[in-house]
Every structure is written in structure tokens, then in C-alpha cells.
Design a protein around this ligand. Structure first.
Ligand code: UDX
Length: 437
């Protein structure tokens, strides 16, 4: 089988390389010429651990190629759609421009029997609409079908999640479509025993937003507990450990801190609520507005803590911010809590020095007015306050004893509860965790 992947962002590029790695001749299509050129030369346009070698190897082998020419999908048996669905500029709804454009661009080139498999996160009902579009607009004599196959990959683990997903969801309208998808994923189904859930189109679309809503809710739940812990003088990290031992709850995604960000969770819960409203079921998701509010409050709380630690006024105060990407092992700064806090501190008059191992180039495009330091040590030099906001291993490994003499005032706010309080306090620092005494 031959595969095409439309959209070469974090999702599409990794999926395309993964498909090639599994042995399928694969073409990745994107409208962004610079991105296509870079990928075609075997270099990734973004940082994703383990991706570069696979990309280079597959491009080199000729099994994987990238193009801006949609007619190149003409011999594909399966065409995956992996373009973005960002939040609309004027509402919380998802902007479907790119998905619609992708489907419109491929439909005239589809071959008879081709399967279009949507991966993007879309408002429920989109797949049915696109299925009708494809059925009506394929060239004379061509029958093509549409399926929905949501993607659950996490940035930072994209390669692993693509090649060895923890589950597969096939939203299909025929046995044939299911058979094609089973063939595409035969490797992981057979070797890893990956469970497959076969369902209808709307259920497949909903699985993705339901999963992300649950994860966002779990994070906001523990952050709400962090607020209570702060009021009561309790420790949210111990609380999370203790409730996490209950197998029904589980310890994952119970790390309290500055909250969630990224290109998925924040916009997905908003788009899901907006879609529920359109369906007349908005009341069912009212709690997601609260989840969002708790999350926003975390960022404000860190800024408030900083202001308190610096005696009530941030103007002219030198603050070091460790972290810019929305989570470690990623250079993605979309809706990054770290950058939001750094930006707010800057707006309040602080002199903010940011360091991130991979996210600074992207951060500088969004917040060019912040100062970007070449290393963590240089960000810290002369700081009156250090705020840790993205838990890169490199920051966990910092030696507080070596750094204590380089700052003006040894105070650290650990916005991820990821540094060792005893180690930092032992080295002479005032350590402030979130939701911890
Ligand atoms: C998420 C989903 O996990 C993934 O399944 C989906 O396909 C896309 O959206 P991703 O955005 O890559 O993936 O990041 P994720 O690991 O989920 O983290 C999201 C945010 O939550 C990050 O900002 C992270 O720092 C934060 N987070 C995560 C917490 O604040 N606490 C936690 O316990 C876990």
C-alpha cells in the first residue's frame, strides 16, 4: 500500500516518517514550501526526540518524500489528514479552514478505492460532512471513502506514540475501511497487541476531545487541590502520591504546578465546549469552563507569588525564568504557561531573563521583547528571583549550591514542583513550591 499524509506539523511529519519506517511508500504534502524543503533534505523543522534519524533515514531510502504538489497523492491507497485545527481568532471554536482546504485539494486526485483517514482533532460532525463532500466530488468513476482515525500522540514522545500507540480508534462506515486501517497498523496490532476500538465517525471524533478533556480536568483537579493545600498548609505532591495509588485514579497527570498549555489541551477543551453549545448540549460541558479558569489562575498565581517575594513591585526587578516551551522535550511554545508568566512579569515591569534548552527560537518570535540568555547559569546571574516553569531534566540537574553565589537573592519559585526542595533549601535557597507548605 502507498500512503500520503497531508500536513507536516508535529503530527503529520512524524506520522509520515513512521509510515515509511513501517515499509509504506509515503508522501508528505504541505502548502508550506520552506517546511517541505527542509523535510525533503532530511532535517526536521521542529525539535522532537528521536525523529531526526528516522526522517533522514527514510528520506535517504527514497521511501519517504515531501512535496507541495497535491497531485502527488494520486497513487495513494490511504490519505491521512493531519493538518492543524487552531482556535478561531474571534471565538473558542476550531478553525476548520485547513482541514477543509486539505480535503478539497486531495479530492480531485484520489484514485478509485482510496481511503481518506482524518487524524486532525475536529468538532464532532466534521467527518460525516467531509465524507459527503468526498463522495460527491471525486472524479467520474472514482469511489473513495472517508474514515476517522484520531491521533493521541504526545509531543516529546511522538515517535514512540506513532509507532507503538496505546490504542487505535477506527471510525468507519464500512468493513473495507476497517480492513485497510488494520493493514496499515498491522505491525503494532500484531507485535504490541494494541487494542483497536472500531466505531462510527462521530464517536471516533469524540474520543479524541473526550480524552483531552479528561486529561485537562485531571490537571485542573490537582491544581484546585493545590489551591486548597496552600490555604490549609498541606502538601499537594504527597496528596497526589496518596490518591494516585488508587488504581482507579492513577498518579499520571496529577502533577500540580503552573498548569497545562500547548497546541492541544487548551484549545481542544474550548472548541469542544463551543461545539457542544452548537449541538444544544452546552450544559454538559460547563465544567470545562471551570477547568480552563483554574488553569488560567495558576499562571496568575505564579505572577502574584513573584510580586509578593519581591516586596510588592516588579518594576525594574531582575527575574530569571527557566523554561519557555509548554513542556520539556519540546520546542513548542504554543499557549506555553512558562512564556505566559514570563510575558506577564515583563508587562509588570520586571527585567525578565529566559532560558530554555530548545524553545527559545520559537519563544523569541512570540515575545521578542524578553531577554533570552544563552544558558541557565547566565539567566540566573544577578537574579533577584528564579522561577522554574518547564521541567527539563537539565533544570532538575542544576546544582543549587554552585548557583547560590551567582544570584542577587537566592529565592526560587518551582512552578512545576520538580526541583528537590531539600537540596535547594540545604544550599541556602528559599524554595517555594506550588501547593506545598
Ligand atoms: C496532549 C495529549 O496528552 C495527547 O494525547 C494529545 O494527542 C495531544 O495533547 P501534548 O499537548 O503533547 O499532548 O502534552 P501533554 O503531555 O498532554 O501535556 C500537556 C500540558 O499539561 C503540558 O503543558 C504539561 O506541562 C501539562 N501537565 C501535564 C501538567 O501540568 N501536569 C501533569 O500532571 C501533566
Amino acid at each position: 500500500m502507498r500512503v500520503a499524509v497531508i500536513g507536516t506539523g508535529y503530527l503529520g511529519a512524524v506520522h509520515a516518517a513512521g509510515m515509511a519506517q513501517l515499509g509504506f511508500e509515503t508522501v508528505g504534502v504541505d502548502v508550506d514550501e520552506a517546511k517541505v524543503e527542509r523535510l525533503q533534505s532530511g532535517r526536521s523543522p521542529f525539535y522532537e526526540p528521536g525523529f531526526d534519524p528516522i526522517l533522514a533515514e527514510q528520506v535517504e531510502s527514497g521511501r519517504l518524500r515531501f512535496t507541495t504538489d497535491f497531485s502527488q497523492i494520486a497513487d495513494a491507497d490511504v490519505v491521512f489528514i493531519g493538518v492543524g485545527t487552531p482556535q478561531k481568532a474571534d471565538s473558542h471554536a476550531a478553525d476548520m479552514t485547513y482541514v477543509d482546504a486539505a480535503v478539497a485539494s486531495i479530492t480531485p486526485h484520489l484514485k478509485d478505492g482510496a481511503l481518506v483517514a482524518g487524524k486532525s482533532t475536529v468538532p464532532v460532525g466534521t467527518a460525516q460532512r467531509l465524507a459527503e463532500y468526498v463522495a460527491e466530488n471525486t472524479p467520474e468513476g472514482v469511489t473513495a471513502e472517508l474514515a476517522w482515525n484520531p491521533e493521541f500522540l504526545r509531543e516529546g514522545f511522538a515517535v514512540q506514540d506513532t509507532l507503538h500507540p496505546d490504542r487505535l480508534v477506527f471510525g468507519v462506515t464500512s468493513e473495507r475501511a476497517e480492513k485497510v486501517l488494520r493493514e496499515i497498523y498491522a505491525n503494532t496490532i500484531e507485535e504490541d497487541g494494541t487494542p483497536v476500538v472500531v466505531c462510527d465517525l462521530p464517536t471516533a471524533e469524540l474520543v479524541k476531545v473526550a480524552a483531552n478533556s479528561f486529561l485537562a480536568t485531571k490537571i485542573s483537579f490537582i491544581n484546585a487541590m493545590a489551591e486548597i493545600c496552600e490555604a490549609a498548609g498541606a502538601d499537594v505532591t504527597k496528596l497526589a502520591d496518596a490518591i494516585g495509588h488508587d488504581a482507579r485514579i492513577g498518579r499520571k497527570f496529577l502533577n500540580a504546578g503552573v498548569g497545562f498549555g500547548g497546541g492541544c489541551l487548551p484549545k481542544d477543551i474550548r472548541a469542544f465546549s463551543a461545539r457542544a453549545g452548537e449541538l444544544g448540549a452546552g450544559h454538559a460541558l460547563e465544567f470545562l469552563a471551570e477547568v480552563d479558569k483554574i488553569n488560567t489562575r495558576r499562571r496568575e498565581h505564579v505572577v502574584d507569588l513573584a510580586r509578593v517575594e519581591l516586596g510588592g513591585d516588579l518594576r525594574g526587578r531582575r527575574v530569571a525564568v527557566l523554561g519557555a516551551s509548554f513542556k520539556p522535550n519540546s520546542d513548542d511554545v504554543r499557549d506555553s504557561p512558562a512564556l505566559a508568566v514570563a510575558g506577564a512579569l515583563h508587562l509588570s515591569g520586571a527585567e525578565v531573563h529566559v532560558y530554555d534548552p530548545k524553545g527559545m527560537e520559537n519563544a523569541a518570535k512570540v515575545y521578542p521583547t524578553l531577554t533570552y540568555a544563552p544558558s541557565a547559569e547566565e539567566a540566573l546571574a544577578g537574579a533577584e528571583l528564579v522561577i522554574h516553569l518547564t521541567e527539563w531534566q537539565q533544570f532538575r540537574d542544576l546544582d543549587p549550591a554552585a548557583l547560590v553565589g551567582t544570584v542577587k537573592q537566592p529565592i526560587v519559585i518551582d512552578g512545576r514542583n520538580a526541583l528537590d526542595p531539600e537540596l535547594w533549601r540545604g544550599a541556602g535557597w528559599t524554595y517555594i513550591g506550588l501547593g506545598r507548605p
